[in-house]
Design a protein. Structure first.
Length: 639
């Protein structure tokens, strides 16, 4: 569907082109990326998220395996975004690739409902830092990613591809930018959970301690690192309130950044180790399954005679004599092709396990130890209460894990040597049956050792479980360590109990913004818009009621501009042009410099989202849409 008409938007001439999505969107969540011309919309009852360019080109989509999308939260630099789901998860994705790089789970009693992201660049928080920056982490070789299949990247319940891809390693583990203050706020009805660097979750903090009016948080806004506002609605008195809380922990920025960034990297490294073990276990399983399949066939043949595989192969090695079952097994089950496959699977498995240790696990563990030492140094230099006991236990566990890795290398080398002798012996036995001259040599003691020790239970069988057990212990110790630190930071999230501003009645639409220490709340219901102006210093509010001839479909705020979508028109005005009082009431046409854009008759828009320059409208059929430039005469369409 398309139609072209000439209209006026904010005083400029342009041509509208209405186009269609691939399928209907649902309107549960929709927003523009703050820095790139990308618009995100949900479809299929919140199961799917689409990202479109300003040209109307679909970039990619994300489909949840369970639950639905409740809201989308963009990082202010646009590089990442978070999806809050109905399954009480917050999934963080890379904007350019759509790869999930982190997932956070809410508590059993509180589910995430809305979110907000604060990012502040601090280029020179310590002007002398670079003069004595001796961080060894920066000189270490880059961690090696694992070739995880791309099909697993977008799965919300698949732990692979979060930390073991190149992007996640570079962005989450090897990030050496210590200057960004990165705070992700996840709100439940009455609490906030703050996440630093996308990984370090502080845990819930109560913002509405005495909830007699059954309040719940519906919006959040901030322009400062340590001062934040939430809009709440009460289902008892059916009114809005604005509350304030402070994150005073950011005042000690250098300490906070060093500790939380190191802790976040530890969390990412432990996740990286988990994913490496998952990938390695798949390679090992292929060898073990093949080994068990061959041995199982012979075992089934020997059971009627109450004989075992180990005894018969042991007898063959020492006496050179074999019964009919072993002979049939060598000739018809294994054969030359089977020996080649057995050899290949063994080599892949042994080499893969060794490579996993040398190229992935050892470098990860070395970084863990360095980060724990950094935390220890920060703890010793700070007056804050960090548990030295937990730090020491974490370092001991990490060193034990490293020692275990080097021990496994020796065990793997030993087993592979015995395996090779065993395969050579099987090759010789098969050659003798076929009356051919043997082309392989073996060491009898090695074959005996392999049959008795590794034939039916490879050392690789416990390789992954033992490492997982050690990894879990490291996680437990670090959770104890982080728990002490998180509590210390949570104690510095302070609710301003004296700042509670009561507003008017709950409305269908509501937005909140902050401009120069003034908080504005805009609500829309039927054909009326109410705008509240709150002086954050004096905790007073004034308002203005704006009447519109038609029903309000949607409202948006961008900086100091208010956009109202009504019928087939978009109206825009500046908050500075309004005269607030205790009982002001005007019509929208009487607002100075109000600007109106009429859209094509067949569009009938009901959803609106705006960015600094762009707008996106979706029609009432949930499929036709229009992307347009808010302020320039150069119209951008979805063609």
């Amino acid at each position: 569907m398309s139609s072209g008409t000439t209209n006026t938007v904010l005083g400029e001439e342009l041509t509208d082109i209405v186009t269609e999505f691939i399928k209907r969107i649902d309107g549960l969540s929709y927003s523009w990326c703050p820095t790139m011309s990308l618009v995100a919309l949900t479809s299929d009852n919140g199961k799917c998220l689409w990202i479109y360019r300003k040209t109307g080109q679909k970039v990619w989509d994300i489909t949840l395996s369970e639950g639905f999308i409740k809201t989308i939260v963009w990082k202010p630099d646009g590089k990442h975004f978070a999806i809050i789901t109905s399954k009480n998860q917050c999934l963080i994705y890379d904007t350019n690739t759509s790869h999930m790089i982190s997932s956070l789970n809410g508590s059993k009693t509180e589910s995430f409902s809305i979110g907000g992201w604060f990012l502040k660049r601090r280029e020179h928080y310590n002007k002398h830092l670079n003069l004595y920056d001796l961080d060894i982490m920066k000189s270490l070789p880059r961690l090696t990613p694992v070739p995880i299949p791309a099909s697993s990247w977008n799965s919300s319940n698949n732990s692979q591809a979060k930390f073991s891809t190149r992007h996640a390693i570079d962005g989450m583990i090897q990030n050496n930018n210590n200057n960004d203050l990165d705070l992700l706020f996840l709100f439940s009805d009455t609490k906030v959970n703050i996440v630093l660097h996308g990984l370090f979750t502080l845990g819930p903090v109560e913002l509405i301690p005495f909830n007699e009016d059954d309040e719940e948080i519906v919006h959040y806004i901030t322009t400062k690192a340590n001062e934040h506002y939430v809009l709440t609605s009460s289902f008892v008195n059916m009114q809005y309130r604005v509350r304030r809380f402070h994150t005073s922990f950011v005042d000690n920025y250098e300490f906070l950044q060093e500790v939380t960034l190191s802790s976040s990297k530890i969390i990412a490294l432990l996740g990286y180790i988990d994913e490496i073990l998952i990938y390695s276990s798949q390679e090992i399983k292929t060898y073990l399954d093949f080994n068990n399949k061959f041995l199982g066939i012979l075992s089934d043949e020997l059971k009627p005679k109450n004989e075992t595989v180990v005894d018969e192969l042991y007898n063959l090695l020492l006496t050179g004599m074999m019964n009919d079952q072993v002979k049939d097994w060598l000739e018809n089950t294994i054969g030359e092709r089977g020996i080649k496959r057995w050899t290949r699977f063994g080599e892949i498995s042994f080499d893969g396990a060794r490579r996993t240790i040398v190229y992935h696990l050892v470098p990860a563990c070395e970084r863990l130890i360095l980060l724990l030492n950094k935390l220890s140094a920060a703890s010793g230099a700070s007056s804050r209460n960090f548990s030295a006991k937990y730090l020491e236990e974490s370092k001991i566990t990490a060193r034990k894990f490293l020692k275990l890795l080097y021990g496994f290398i020796s065990e793997i080398n030993h087993e592979q040597q015995l395996f090779n002798s065993f395969i050579n012996w099987i090759t010789v036995a098969l050659s003798e049956l076929q009356e051919e001259k043997p082309k392989a040599s073996f060491k009898t003691s090695d074959v005996l050792n392999f049959i008795n020790t590794y034939l039916e239970k490879s050392g690789l069988f416990m390789f992954i479980p033992n490492l997982k057990r050690s990894t879990n212990q490291m996680k437990i110790n670090n959770e104890d360590l982080f728990g002490s630190l998180k509590q210390n930071i949570r104690d510095h999230v302070l609710v301003d109990k004296n700042f509670i501003v009561n507003l008017g009645m709950i409305a269908e639409k509501q937005k909140i913004t902050e401009i120069n220490d003034t908080v504005y709340v805009i609500t829309g219901h039927d054909s009326t818009v109410v705008i509240y102006k709150i002086d954050s210093k004096f905790k007073t509010s004034t308002s203005i009621i704006i009447s519109n001839p038609n029903k309000i479909n949607d409202i948006q705020i961008e900086e100091d501009h208010v956009f109202i979508l009504s019928n087939n028109s978009l109206m825009s005005f500046n908050l500075k042009d309004l005269q607030f009082s205790t009982s002001a009431s005007i019509t929208i046409s009487s607002i100075p410099r109000v600007k109106t854009h009429k859209f094509p008759d067949d569009l009938k828009p009901i959803y609106l989202t705006v960015s600094a320059k762009l707008g996106c409208l979706v029609s009432e059929n949930h499929q036709n849409y229009l992307i347009f430039d808010l302020f320039s005469k150069d119209h951008i369409t979805a063609a």
